[in-house]
Design a protein around this ligand. Structure first.
Ligand code: ZN
Length: 226
């Protein structure tokens, strides 16, 4: 009888462990809870970029705010000194795949290995594995969710899309943020834009505007911890 109980107990514990191993990842679609603390997360995708990432870092430092950079692994390999700078200045780094392929043309297998390749590259440069993943173009499926669950990633989408990558005029970027921001917002911007990026100039208006409205700008992990 005791043996039977022990065996049942072992089977029960194993089932719990295997459930945990395949647990669905947390997916943050829109507004994370800011806990009423008026917290907002600025996020920058696709970098590091040799010109725009340093400009953005200078502005963040000037206003004393922290942000999250979803890096492309190949760009991190081209500019490891910028990965180090982002980290040294207290910002957070997330996974945005190694090559940033156009997801519509891709097999899921290729995308899964591209996520893992980015994990490896960022781990090499930072000394630890990232825990946040932003899918290129915001596209993911059940297999990608399963991989993220297994790898311990939270999938981070966004609530305010500035469309800075499309060279949206600075005034439209700023008014779009003003109209859509609220407690717990995650704002999508880019530090890698081919040329004539509107992002640094827009940031110079967005950050003081948000601070004057009583918002604190924090990393995504800080936002999710509330
Ligand atoms: Zn991207």
């Amino acid at each position: 009888m005791r043996r039977l109980i022990a065996a049942l107990l072992a089977a029960f514990l194993l089932s719990i462990l295997s459930l945990q191993a395949t647990a669905a990842p947390q997916v943050v679609y829109r507004y994370a809870s800011g806990g009423g603390k008026r917290l907002v997360a600025l996020t920058f995708d696709d970098g590091p970029h040799p010109k725009y990432t340093p400009q953005i870092l200078d502005i963040l430092a000037e206003y004393g705010v922290k942000a999250t950079f979803f890096m492309v692994g190949s760009n991190a390999d081209y500019h490891p000194e910028l990965v180090s700078r982002v980290l040294a200045e207290g910002h957070e780094i997330g996974n945005h795949t190694y090559h940033h392929y156009h997801t519509a043309n891709m097999q899921t297998d290729e995308l899964l290995s591209d996520i893992l390749a980015c994990s490896e590259a960022l781990s090499r440069h930072t000394g630890s594995k990232p825990t946040l993943f932003r899918p290129p173009e915001g596209v993911f499926n059940e297999e990608i969710k399963a991989l993220c669950g297994k790898e311990g990633y939270t999938i981070v989408m966004w609530s305010v899309d500035t469309r800075d990558w499309a060279h949206t005029p600075i005034s439209a970027i700023v008014s779009g943020v003003r109209a859509n921001v609220k407690d717990g917002a995650i704002i999508l911007m880019h530090d890698f834009i081919g040329k004539n990026s509107p992002t640094p100039a827009a940031l110079r208006q967005i950050i003081p505007m948000l601070q004057e409205s009583g918002y604190e700008l924090v990393t995504v992990s800080r936002l999710l911890a509330e």
